[in-house]
Design a protein around this ligand. Structure first.
Ligand SMILES: [Fe+2]
Length: 485
């Protein structure tokens, strides 16, 4: 392995930090690398070509008050599989907020579990306002450019997916919705080249859906009026529709009016889903049983129904556990076992307005990946991450065959945690199953990291090959695969 250090950041975090999401598996990285000629254990598949990208929180500065792991600055990592082997780069997402804080040498904005009033700066970003847009939640590639985004809405920062050169903010020809920004989880339709996005805020209409063309133009933005401020995290789309949501878990309106941002789950209210025509037109609303969904797997059209798959939370607001000590508010809300996240299917009948729903899988899982060409279309395979009980960490992978109900699972050794594992289709393949899964793992036993490649058909056999990385990466979540083309 040839390693060039590009930059080292000063460690500004507390000297004896005991925060569970800034230590251990979540210890942030402070060094940016260009690494080539990476050591490979096993054989790199010749038909694996492209870039595995992973964003995720990597805080460089202490928090104002309490730190929530969704607040941290973004670090983007890229593993490039090419003819000559594999190379790795990583870079901080140099957002306007991070630049300002680095210049000040101190945090300027309070995070999600502190009052915005605590922010030093009266300006800021996001649906909650007066936060830093850390652009640390998600990454997608659209029109050959990687875009990082933030779950509370903000800018989309542009990167070359191979070099990780940062090339400013996305403008979409001057029509970027800069007042609200966009949420994390814009989704790419590989059949049309369009990008579907949403944004939300504390002002009416509270939610919008947008479509960006394959040429990079904002084709339209459709308001989806809600009864009040909500906390959506993801969308799904079909060939003709985008599906967004109004879940009964939101900032309590009475307290919000007094400036207190306190989310409450209201199981007396239904979940509501809006089916919004991609070519404009009025949203159609469907009611379903109360829950909260962090991530949707996919959606597609079947006759007069729109079918939506996602992870239904059976307990969206689990009670705190006293033995979590000072981190009680965080730990249970980040634990997929406490939330009870199970694969679920909703069917919205466009003719009758009725909803049918069913649980698809008993397993606790979340953070899906599917074949990119299957997005928005009928599909068969769902790959999910399995959660370390009690933690926001991934200790395994699963593959659910929706046709047969068969499940394959792979559990990493104890103390080894993975990142989201997107589907990397074999070069030249057309079958949905003919693919690899790619992930970064962080091994606390050896204090090292690897990129691991799995045969998607034979997940339970473990990694086909392992690519060594320069140092142990901070644990992470959202990732994206982009093929060489
Ligand atoms: Fe997410």
């Amino acid at each position: 392995m040839r390693v060039d250090v590009v930059r080292r950041y000063q460690n500004l975090l507390p000297a004896h930090d005991n925060h569970p999401y800034r230590t251990g598996a979540w210890r942030p990285n402070l060094t940016e690398y260009n690494a080539t000629d990476l050591e490979v254990v096993g054989e790199l598949p010749r038909d694996l070509r492209g870039v595995y990208l992973r964003n995720t929180e990597n805080p460089l500065l202490p928090a104002i008050g309490r730190y929530h792991p969704f607040d941290g600055d973004g670090m983007l990592h890229a593993l490039h599989f090419h003819e000559g082997g594999a190379s790795y780069r990583n870079r901080m997402v140099r957002t306007a907020g991070l630049e300002a804080e680095l210049a000040a040498g101190a945090p300027l904005w309070a995070g999600i579990i502190e009052s915005p009033e605590q922010s030093v700066r009266p300006d800021g970003w996001g649906a909650r306002t007066r936060m830093k847009d850390a652009s640390s939640t998600d990454v997608v590639v659209h029109r050959g450019t990687a875009l990082t985004t933030f779950y509370q809405c903000g800018d989309a920062y542009r990167f070359d997916p191979r070099t990780l050169e940062q090339t400013g903010k996305e403008t979409w020809g001057g029509r970027f919705p800069s007042e609200w920004g966009i949420s994390a989880h814009p989704r790419v339709d590989e059949h049309t080249g369009e990008l579907l996005f949403f944004n939300y805020s504390k002002q009416a209409p509270y939610l919008n859906v947008g479509v960006v063309s394959a040429a990079g133009e904002v084709l339209r933005t459709t308001p989806v009026p809600l009864p009040g401020s909500r906390l959506p995290h993801d969308l799904a789309f079909t060939e003709h529709h985008v599906i967004v949501n109004d879940f009964p878990s939101f900032w309590e309106p009475g307290r919000l009016a007094r400036g207190i941002h306190s989310a409450r789950y209201r199981p007396d209210l239904p979940s509501r889903f809006a089916v919004v025509p991609r070519d404009g037109g009025e949203p159609r609303w469907f009611e379903a049983s109360p829950t909260y969904v962090l991530h949707f797997v996919n959606a597609f059209e079947e006759g007069e129904e729109v079918v939506l798959d996602g992870y239904f939370q059976h307990d969206p607001m689990p009670l705190p556990r006293p033995d979590d000590g000072p981190w009680t508010p965080l730990m249970r809300l980040l634990d997929m076992h406490a939330l009870g996240t199970r694969l679920h299917r909703w069917r919205f009948n466009l003719r009758t307005g009725a909803t049918r729903e069913e649980q698809l899988d008993d397993d606790i899982s979340e953070f899906p990946s599917i074949h990119g060409r299957a997005r928005g279309r009928p599909y068969r395979y769902v790959y999910s991450m399995l959660g370390e009980p009690g933690w926001f960490l991934f200790n395994g992978l699963s593959r659910r065959d929706l046709k047969t109900g068969a499940t394959q699972r792979y559990l990493f050794p104890k103390g080894v945690f993975a990142s989201e594992a997107p589907v990397a289709p074999r070069v030249g393949s057309t079958d949905e199953a003919d693919a690899y899964l790619v992930t970064f793992v962080s091994d606390l036993n050896t204090d090292s990291s690897e990129c691991q490649v799995f045969d998607a058909k034979e997940l339970s056999r473990g990694p086909l090959c392992r690519v060594k990385l320069p140092e142990r990466l901070c644990a992470g979540t959202h990732a994206f695969w982009t093929g060489a083309a």
